[in-house]
Design a protein around this ligand. Structure first.
Ligand SMILES: *Cc1c(COP(=O)(O)O)cnc(C)c1O
Length: 307
């Protein structure tokens, strides 16, 4: 697979940043690969080698009908010669949306289950006709213990790109928390704070992230927290202010953000800058975790609001 690694780092120039004396950089993980994008590649990397080592021919995973993870697994499976199965939360009618059309075009076999049945991930496997012995089962969002080392490589890359000079703040969007856990697991102690901007309502992240980290190490770093003020109503919810922000950001900086994760992240960073949360002279690195495939389906549902 042709991967654009290390992903480039780019500075964002903006009057509001220069006024506050903040330097903001973006690590463009959205440019890693056209269809296996962002953190989904980072999380898949060591899972795919686990699957290979275990001689599993099928990657089986779960996701919503517009899932970035489903899209990436389907694309990676096609390139790397795995069969793929997606257990999708939703109805068969969703099969023609842009995300699932692409997944099927990559050869992914889709099974649809109701919201209720989807909740019990083990029971949901009853619907699968293939032999589970051949399947490497990957959780929703691709988050498990093997997702962490791949995400940790972000830290190693930045250290190399910046010759050891790490940022004061690492900012990234947070869904299951797998990516932030991976970054924390690779982060030298006392080397900058990490802020996860939650894309969901709720405060389960702290515990989930602690649990993920415990598999790898005894000491849990303390220099991180989850920012819960920028979910815009919850997972996959949005408001006009978010849409305007994403469109303005694109026309000003020529960088596309997605409405589910990275749009909320950058909105949050700029809002915190305006509220003088960061000290003058602070260097922030935001991770663009990708997710751009979701825009086509989003626009189809909401009338082309994203330019
Ligand atoms: C999945 C995803 C996230 C969330 O990552 P977690 O590891 O689940 O916290 C963030 N951004 C994008 C674009 C994603 O697709």
């Amino acid at each position: 697979m042709n991967l654009n690694l290390p992903s480039p780092i780019q500075e964002i120039k903006d009057i509001c940043l220069s006024k506050a004396g903040i330097r903001l950089y973006v690590k463009r993980d959205d440019l890693i690969h056209p269809s296996v994008s962002g953190n989904k590649w980072r999380k898949l990397k060591y899972n795919l080698s686990q699957a290979q080592q275990a001689s599993k021919s099928i990657i089986l995973t779960y996701g919503g009908a517009f899932s970035n993870h489903i899209y990436s697994v389907a694309a990676a499976g096609k390139v790397l010669d795995f069969s793929t199965i997606g257990i999708i939360r939703g109805e068969e009618g969703m099969a023609t949306n842009p995300t699932l059309s692409f997944a099927r075009s990559c050869g992914m076999k889709l099974y649809f289950v109701s919201r209720n049945d989807y909740r019990d991930k083990v029971k949901a496997l009853d619907i699968v006709k293939e032999s589970l012995d051949d399947c490497y089962v990957l959780p929703e969002g691709g988050t498990n213990e093997f997702a962490l080392p791949g995400c940790g490589e972000i830290v190693e890359e930045v250290a190399e790109q910046w010759k050891g000079e790490l940022p004061d703040y690492w900012c990234l969007s947070c869904g299951t928390g797998g990516t932030i856990a991976g970054i924390l697991s690779a982060m030298p102690e006392e080397k900058g704070a990490v802020i996860g901007f939650s894309a969901l309502k709720g405060d389960f992240h702290q515990n989930d992230i602690r649990q993920l980290l415990q598999v790898h190490q005894k000491n849990i770093p303390s220099h991180w927290h989850i920012q819960t003020d920028y979910h815009f109503g919850g997972y996959a919810r949005h408001q006009p202010a978010l849409i305007d922000f994403i469109n303005d950001f694109k026309s000003q900086h020529q960088i596309q953000l997605d409405p589910i994760y990275t749009g909320k992240l950058f909105y949050g960073i700029f809002d915190l800058v305006k509220k003088a949360y960061f000290k003058k002279g602070t260097k922030i690195l935001a991770i663009h975790t990708g997710g751009l495939q979701g825009i086509a389906g989003f626009n189809q549902r909401f009338g082309g609001v994203l330019k």
